[in-house]
Design a protein around this ligand. Structure first.
Ligand code: B12
Ligand code: SF4
Length: 365
């Protein structure tokens, strides 16, 4: 009898909050350090998704990088190891990949970092997957098993989230995580010049059908009674009608959740009411800068971000007052000679917003 083909999935989890320059300017990123303690343990939804698309005769194992980084021997029985990459942990991923290949294990890399710099990743992997994984993963495995692995794979066209498989949450050891993720939307209708997000994977904005999202939430509840869910979206709620349908359905699931969206929700009180009733406990909104200087041209479709800055403070207050529990965040863009002044203004604004947040009821999770 031949032994099964063994595939190890390695998630480069964890959080990186390191910018000595920003710290020297006095920025403390209010709320982020606390948030990072909660979320650092999130598992990799990309790998759980690929696992769902893996033929049943392949033996799968899921690993967090922290467990294998200094102990690559844990992956010794694998024929192939798939590593998901984020730029912040690229060097750790490369080191692990190099060690595995020296041990004769085939390494495949994919994810946002591999998509951004495939040539660099190719120096450390037998194959690099560029873009969305769903359309090509089965071919990667099939080719690898036949000894015909190509160096590059790139999805043709774009994956429709209506075809999304149920992620293999059952591969996880739930007690080690604080939250689990569900993706309700991929892409973003905006196009910010610095964005390394799922707009890198898809030029459009696609949403997952409501019934699929609810099925995933229920699957999570199957492994974890009272989960806290993080939506792995860049910009939830951009399609308002569908978003409201989802929120109405989510209300009955009685779960608490966090998501990322844009500041336009402030002008839709019905949406915010639905979010609150559906269990939203935190939203993270990328404001980029507290001042208009330097914001011009950031959003390439219509300078949408620049046009929002003057309303930021009011919008954040409105969202906080309606939602109750929120963690607004600024992804600050620092540039040129305005840095010192921006830092001062950001500090003031952050503190005022934090005051408002503290005045609201404390988050429950
Ligand atoms: C959840 C999340 C996290 C979780 C990650 C948990 C985990 N173990 O993966 C936590 C909270 C830990 C986290 C941390 C950080 N994150 Co984060 N995070 C996200 C978020 C919101 C969702 C990721 C996700 O699950 N997407 C859904 C899955 C299905 O999509 P995907 O991961 O892209 O995978 C698809 C393809 O890329 C591909 N694929 C992915 N991996 C692989 C592997 C193989 C082998 C193959 C074949 C294919 C493949 O197939 C998948 C299906 O199509 C994204 C934004 C986003 N929407 O992607 C930001 C995002 C990934 N994070 C980002 C950043 C900056 C960070 C931090 C640096 C923040 C910080 N300052 O600390 C840290 C760094 C973490 C690290 N270890 O390096 C950036 C990454 C930019 C970059 N170039 O890497 C993003 C894009 C947000 C943004 N807009 O800036 N994050
Ligand atoms: S609004 Fe956010 S997710 Fe959308 S393109 Fe800009 S930075 Fe990326």
């Amino acid at each position: 009898m031949t032994s099964p083909y063994r595939v190890g999935l390695v998630a480069m989890s964890g959080v990186r909050v390191q910018d000595a320059e920003l710290m020297a300017l006095g920025l403390t990123l209010p709320g982020f350090v606390e948030r990072s303690e909660v979320i650092a343990s999130l598992p990799s939804l990309s790998l759980l998704t690929l696992a769902a698309l893996t033929p049943s005769d392949v033996e799968l194992s899921y690993h967090e990088s922290a467990d294998v980084q200094d102990n690559p021997g844990a992956l010794n029985g694998c024929d192939l190891v798939a590593i998901t990459t984020m730029t912040a942990q690229a060097f750790e991923a490369y080191r692990l990949a190099d060690q595995l290949r020296e041990a004769g294990i085939t390494v495949v890399m994919g994810g946002l970092h591999a998509t951004a710099v495939p040539d660099e990743c190719a120096r450390h992997a037998d194959a690099v997957v560029i873009g969305e994984g769903e359309p090509v993963w089965a071919s990667v495995l099939d080719d690898a098993r036949r000894g015909k692995l190509a160096h590059r794979y790139r999805a043709q066209g774009y994956f429709d989230l209506a075809d999304a498989p149920m992620p293999r949450f059952d591969l996880l050891d739930p007690p080690r995580y604080n939250r689990l993720t569900v993706q309700t939307a991929r892409g973003c209708p905006h196009k910010c010049e610095f964005c390394a997000s799922s707009i890198t994977l898809t030029p459009g904005y696609s949403t997952k059908p409501v019934e699929k999202v609810i099925a995933e939430v229920r699957a999570i509840k199957g492994v974890w009674d009272r989960p806290f869910i993080e939506f792995a979206d860049d910009n939830s709620f951009a399609k308002r009608g569908e978003a409201k349908d989802l929120l109405r359905a989510l209300r009955h699931e009685r779960v608490k959740w966090f998501t990322e969206c844009d500041v336009s929700i402030a002008s839709d009180p019905e949406l915010i009411d639905l979010m609150r009733d559906a269990g939203c406990r935190q939203v993270l909104i990328g404001l980029e800068s507290p001042v208009e200087d330097g914001m011009g041209g950031i959003e390439r479709n219509s300078d949408w971000k620049l046009r929002q800055v003057s309303r930021y403070e009011r919008s954040v207050r409105e969202i906080q007052s309606m939602l109750g529990h929120t963690t607004p965040a600024m992804a600050l863009k620092y540039q040129t000679a305005t840095r010192e002044r921006d830092a001062e203004r950001a500090r003031n604004m952050s503190l005022r917003w934090q005051d408002a947040r503290e005045a609201a009821s404390p988050p429950t999770q």
